[in-house]
Design a protein around this ligand. Structure first.
Ligand SMILES: Cc1cc2nc3c(=O)[nH]c(=O)nc-3n(C[C@H](O)[C@H](O)[C@H](O)COP(=O)(O)O)c2cc1C
Length: 222
C-alpha cells in the first residue's frame, strides 16, 4: 500500500465485524510500527492500554450508563474550543449533520441521537479497544508527538486490512475509565480508539468527510 493511499483511504470506521478477532500480537506489531513516530528528543510520551473481555465490558457499561443518564462528565483537557465559532462550528456541523443524514437520525430526536452516540461506548462493535494516556506533566510538544503516533497506528492498521476510529468520546468519563485501566495517577487519558475489521455492509462506514483544498489553508510567501 502506498503511503498516500493509506492516508487518503483512511476514514473513521463506526461499525466493525465483532466476530473477526484481533490478537494481542497484531496490536503489538502495530504499536511497534507506530512507535517509530518521531517525538521531540525521542521522549516517546505514550502509554497504551489494550482492552478486551471484562475490562472492555466494564468500560462499555460505565460509560454507556453515564452517557444515557445525561451525565456529561468532564474532560481533563479541552479537546474542543471552549467557545465554538466559525469556520470551525460550520465544519463540525457539516460533519455531524452529514452523518446523521446518511443514517436517517433526526438530530432533534434525543433518543435517536443517543442511540447512535452510545455506540461509541460499545466500541462500535470492535473486538478490541485501545486507550492512550500521557503523563500529566508533559507539555504541548508531547501532544504534537502523540498525534503523530496515533496517525501512524491508524495507517499501519490499514496495511493489515484493519480500520480504526479514534474516540475522544471516552474523555469526559476518564474518571470511570482510568481506574478500570488501573492507570497510575500521574497519567491522563488522551483518547480511546476502536480497532478491528470494518463491516462492509454497514451504511455508516460509507460516510466520507470533506476536506478543504490545500489552497484554502496554505500561504506561499516569496
Ligand atoms: C483524536 C480524535 C478523536 C475523535 N473522537 C471521535 C469520537 O469520539 N467519536 C467518533 O465517532 N469519531 C471521533 N473522531 C473521528 C472524527 O470525527 C473524524 O476523524 C473526522 O470527522 C474526519 O473523518 P475521517 O476520520 O473519516 O476522515 C475522532 C477523531 C480524532 C482524531
Amino acid at each position: 500500500m502506498r503511503v498516500s493511499d493509506a492516508i487518503t483511504g483512511r476514514q473513521s470506521i463506526r461499525a466493525f465485524l465483532s466476530d473477526k478477532a484481533v490478537s494481542d500480537e497484531q496490536i503489538e506489531a502495530l504499536l511497534t510500527v507506530a512507535a517509530r513516530a518521531p517525538s521531540g528528543s525521542n521522549i516517546q510520551p505514550w502509554h497504551v492500554y489494550v482492552v478486551r473481555g471484562e475490562s472492555k465490558d466494564a468500560i462499555t457499561e460505565a460509560c454507556s450508563a453515564r452517557y444515557l443518564s445525561g451525565d456529561e462528565g468532564a474532560y481533563e483537557y479541552h479537546y474542543y474550543p471552549r467557545a465554538w465559532r466559525e469556520p470551525y462550528l460550520g465544519r463540525r456541523r457539516q460533519t455531524g449533520f452529514g452523518l446523521y443524514g446518511l443514517l436517517g437520525v433526526d438530530r432533534h430526536d434525543v433518543a435517536a441521537v443517543q442511540g447512535y452516540r452510545v455506540q461509541n461506548y460499545q466500541f462500535f462493535g470492535a473486538p478490541v479497544g485501545l486507550f492512550f494516556t500521557i503523563d500529566r506533566d508533559m507539555e504541548q510538544g508531547s501532544w504534537i508527538d502523540y498525534g503523530m503516533f496515533l496517525q501512524s497506528f491508524m495507517l499501519a492498521a490499514r496495511e493489515m486490512e484493519m480500520e480504526t476510529c479514534a474516540q475522544a468520546a471516552f474523555c469526559p468519563y476518564q474518571d470511570s475509565v482510568m481506574p478500570i485501566l488501573a492507570a497510575p495517577a500521574e497519567q491522563m487519558l488522551v483518547c480511546g480508539m476502536s480497532v478491528g475489521y470494518a463491516d462492509p455492509a454497514a451504511r455508516v462506514n460509507s460516510y466520507r468527510t470533506d476536506r478543504l483544498d490545500a489552497r484554502e489553508f496554505m500561504t506561499v510567501l516569496n
